[in-house]
Design a protein around this ligand. Sequence first.
Ligand SMILES: [Zn+2]
Length: 386
Amino acid sequence: MIKRFTADYIYLIDEHPLKNGVVSIDANGRIIDISTRLQGNETYVDGIICPGFINVHCHTELSFAKDKIEPNLGIDSFIYQLEVLKKKISLDAKNQAVIKALEEMLNNGIVAVGDIMNTDLSINAKRESNLLFYNFIEVFGSQYKDAENIWYSALSLFDKADKPKNIVPHAPYSLSRTLFQKLRDFNKSSDIISMHHLESKGEIEYFESGSGPIADRMKKWGLSIPAHIPTSQRPLKSISEFIVNNDNILLIHNSFADNQDVEFAKETFNNTYYGLCPKANLFIEKVLPPIDMLMNSGVNICLGTDSLASNNSLSIFDEMKTIDKAFKIPLEELIAWATINGAKALNLDLDLGSISIGKKPGLIAITNLDKTDYHRLANATFSVLR
Ligand SMILES: [Zn+2]
């Protein structure tokens, strides 16, 4: 059965918003027609229609930690609290939490997720879900002697996970150079690298002077500071020689990124995407990423929720509201971050991310937009059109 929807504006994304547009989908949700011809059988949306949202960064396997971690205590406390919880919560409860998280994302209009995996916990739930995933098998380990074992485990998880998938670094500071070399040898141009980047200020101090909270944490855990530290350079530059094969690099968080990081990435990588998770940044470090600077630099911004360990919802719309409250971003641009940019970052834009004939992007109605206030999402609501 064909369904037809009309709205004040349809945000096509690849083209300018279509005033009083009509979009028609078939029974599978595939777009078969876009026009301004009303037939009288359309469902009317008092607001706008946009494509389904893309969540470029989540750890669905950490969903068990929802509402169990005390916020605003910084990254050290966050890691400690999470490790304690991991041991305390049963496998069954963890599995149930993943299933619930995937349902929450579907209900929140999310159609695809870049999901970080350290275990096989989320595999079955994801197989049953209508969401699409890019599976990022994450490795970390700062000690040279552990690299072989870590790599072996990562390969075995990689074999179990569904496509599309890749093995990726956790963050510039948390891998030995031996482990980074294995990643470089493994990666191909079509594989996407996703990596946490400058989530905390300590990363900069660690690379530039070999001191600060990361160095302190390693000492506390009895780990030796690798010989290449300090590099006297920014974190991204310090490890860029290991990221030479991939077309798409997805940098997550970027809370403490500055102009020199952005310029360096522009010169060095083919396509860099900045995946922002503002609610998680507020939750852990009480900061927001430098969105003004990123916008002025003209880079590709996309959005993620991070996990329920550091967020009380898995909703890209909530992330958009958080950004809208703090920055003046044109709505059309903010929606592009939440849709097409994420789809491109995950190489899923063939079907997702924009309203275009032949695509199957999912459709979202956004209503209660304030037509006079710049921060127009403040009271806005959304629903998934089915
Ligand atoms: Zn993360």
